[in-house]
Design a binder for this molecule. Structure first.
Ligand code: ZN
Length: 194
């Protein structure tokens, strides 16, 4: 089933899959954080008090239980997504390091805290052409901009999906991504931010 191309948009399986990635510590924290939802389940006779006290004492609830809570509380669902996101980032970072394929999932904020690099991927082909791609955001808004930078010897070309970028201007997203790239390679001079 996992090999079906559209399996990634199967909502009925998406949330259970994310929940399956939580470990015992995550679930125990989840109970503490969403006590009120568990208490509501007691009132609705969906959960016994004994089970609830067990959870409070460090027993992990089942995936099915966590799913029920996530389906009744949007914040709980959001919490699960965030937790798995953090873990995935860490996992990808480790994989990138172990494989040395240059992919790094990052979270860098610029010195003035205005621009944030969410992800960066660095690829170098056999001709020495370096392709840097990344997701960059302004800290003040949710939009993610896609930045691409090509480095061919001393020649640099860039593009960004933001408005300034669409007009061919060098925007803060490109500068920040370039600087994060530089931190990894130390090959090029850092560009002034701001
Ligand atoms: Zn931009």
């Amino acid at each position: 089933m996992a090999s079906e191309p559209n399996s990634s948009v199967d909502e009925e399986k998406d949330l259970p899959f994310l929940i399956s990635l939580l470990d015992k510590e995550d679930k125990v924290e989840f109970v503490q954080k969403f006590r009120k939802d568990f208490q509501q389940q007691i009132e609705e006779k969906k959960l016994s008090k004994t089970a609830y006290y067990k959870f409070l004492n460090g027993y992990a609830p089942s995936d099915e239980r966590v799913l029920e809570i996530a389906e009744m509380d949007e914040n709980a669902k959001e919490w699960i997504i965030e937790r798995v996101k953090e873990k995935s980032k860490k996992a990808l970072e480790i994989i990138g390091r172990l494989r040395g394929d240059g992919s790094v999932y990052a979270n860098y904020t610029s010195a003035d805290k205005k621009v944030q690099v969410k992800a960066i991927l660095i690829e170098e082909d056999e001709h020495g052409i370096i392709k840097i791609s990344g997701d960059v955001a302004n800290s003040s808004e949710p939009n993610i901009y896609h930045v691409k930078i090509l480095v061919i010897n001393d020649w640099v070309s860039f593009s960004c999906s933001c408005e300034a970028g669409a007009h061919g201007f060098l925007c803060p997203h490109v500068i920040k991504l370039y600087n994060v790239y530089r931190k990894y390679t130390n090959k090029f001079e850092e560009v002034e931010e701001g």
